[in-house]
Design a protein around this ligand. Structure first.
Ligand SMILES: Nc1ncnc2c1ncn2[C@@H]1O[C@H](COP(=O)(O)OP(=O)(O)O)[C@@H](O)[C@H]1O
Ligand SMILES: [Mg+2]
Length: 319
């Protein structure tokens, strides 16, 4: 069997619904989607040319791991979209994919198709990223006042439900909970907040004993037969900020578990005026690619307690 260590773009014999920065999304009949997390990586909103080996598999298998955990914890009270993240099973259901086994290895998830709720449900346990920027400038988040005196990376107690619009291009915009109520109605808005908080809390409690802080995370929901369903990726490094607890100190930004080697290198390129921060990104040296790949694999192993089984996923020849 051949293996594909890195996949930058896919071309599957299915209708392409969307190509995101990282994920290629295909329709499977009317009722299902195939989400393929490629090995593309974006940093500072620029998708790099070089793929990161095993990153797609880490994202897909980590989402699948969390969805199984959530299912065990919440059961039918929290419906989710995953049908299967097992490629042999997916191919059994969609035989047209047989010739694309290597591309799909570890990276593909067959999902129930939903009508996407156009809100990014962000939960913030710590003040970082766009929230810190707004707070530093105005003392607010999405226009609402926050307590005075918070530092960058300060803990937010209780965590904040911090919705954002799903922008088609460019940056998502933080909005207030009342804006969500105005858009979706009070009942649905409350439901989104309740689910989001519960999943974040579960993620945080799971990660804490492992020395990992889930600083913030983003969920998406869809509607299917009138019911809210958790969709998209869940508690992955691409949708969340994971921080090493033993290095945590408020007052500055925290090192992240995953893209830090890439971000540090890109920062250095910018400081040296070798990159203007816009697409196309600079050619990544192989040691940066390798270090980033190692970090993603390490994040998977730390969170789930076991290394990603590359051979079982068909990503490496079994010896
Ligand atoms: N079960 C689902 N039903 C409908 N849409 C989904 C489902 N799961 C994920 N999606 C959508 O798939 C898209 C993935 O694309 P995108 O977020 O742009 O990719 P990336 O995260 O790689 O940038 C999102 O718009 C998300 O809402
Ligand atoms: Mg996305």
């Amino acid at each position: 069997m051949t293996t594909a260590e890195s996949v930058r773009v896919t071309a599957l014999p299915l209708p392409l619904v969307r190509q995101g920065k990282v994920r290629d999304v295909y329709a499977v009949g009317n009722d299902h989607l195939l989400l393929v997390a490629t090995d593309r990586v974006s940093a500072f909103d620029v998708v790099m040319h070089e793929p990161i080996p095993f990153k797609g598999a880490v994202l897909t298998q980590l989402s699948a791991w969390w969805l199984r955990k959530l299912e065990a914890r919440f059961g039918d009270a929290l419906p989710h979209h995953m049908v299967s993240a097992d490629v042999p099973q997916i191919i059994a259901q969609v035989p047209a994919l047989e010739a694309h086994r290597e591309t799909l290895s570890g990276r593909a998830m067959l999902c129930l198709r939903t009508d996407v709720v156009p809100i990014e449900c962000v939960v913030r346990g710590y003040l970082a990223g766009s929230a810190w920027k707004e707070y530093a400038a105005h003392g607010t988040l999405a226009g609402d006042a926050l307590p005075a005196g918070l530092l960058e990376s300060s803990q937010l107690t209780p965590p904040l439900f911090s919705p954002a619009t799903k922008a088609e291009s460019g940056h998502d915009e933080n909005i207030t909970t009342s804006a969500v109520v105005a858009q979706l109605g009070a009942e649905r808005a409350a439901h989104l907040e309740k689910y989001s908080r519960a999943i974040y809390e579960f993620g945080r409690e799971t990660a804490a004993p492992l020395g990992i802080i889930v600083a913030d995370t983003k969920f998406e929901f869809g509607v299917r037969h009138g019911q809210l369903v958790l969709i998209d990726e869940v508690l992955t490094p691409d949708s969340s900020r994971f921080w090493p607890a033993n290095q945590y100190a408020p007052g500055h930004s925290q090192p992240s578990f995953d893209k830090q080697p890439l971000r540090d290198w890109l920062d250095a390129q910018r400081r040296a005026s070798r990159w203007n921060g816009e697409a196309p990104g600079p050619t990544l040296p192989s040691d940066v690619v390798q270090a980033t790949s190692d970090r993603y694999l390490d994040a998977f192993a730390r969170i789930t307690g076991a290394s990603l089984d590359l051979a079982a996923l068909g990503l490496r020849h079994s010896s």
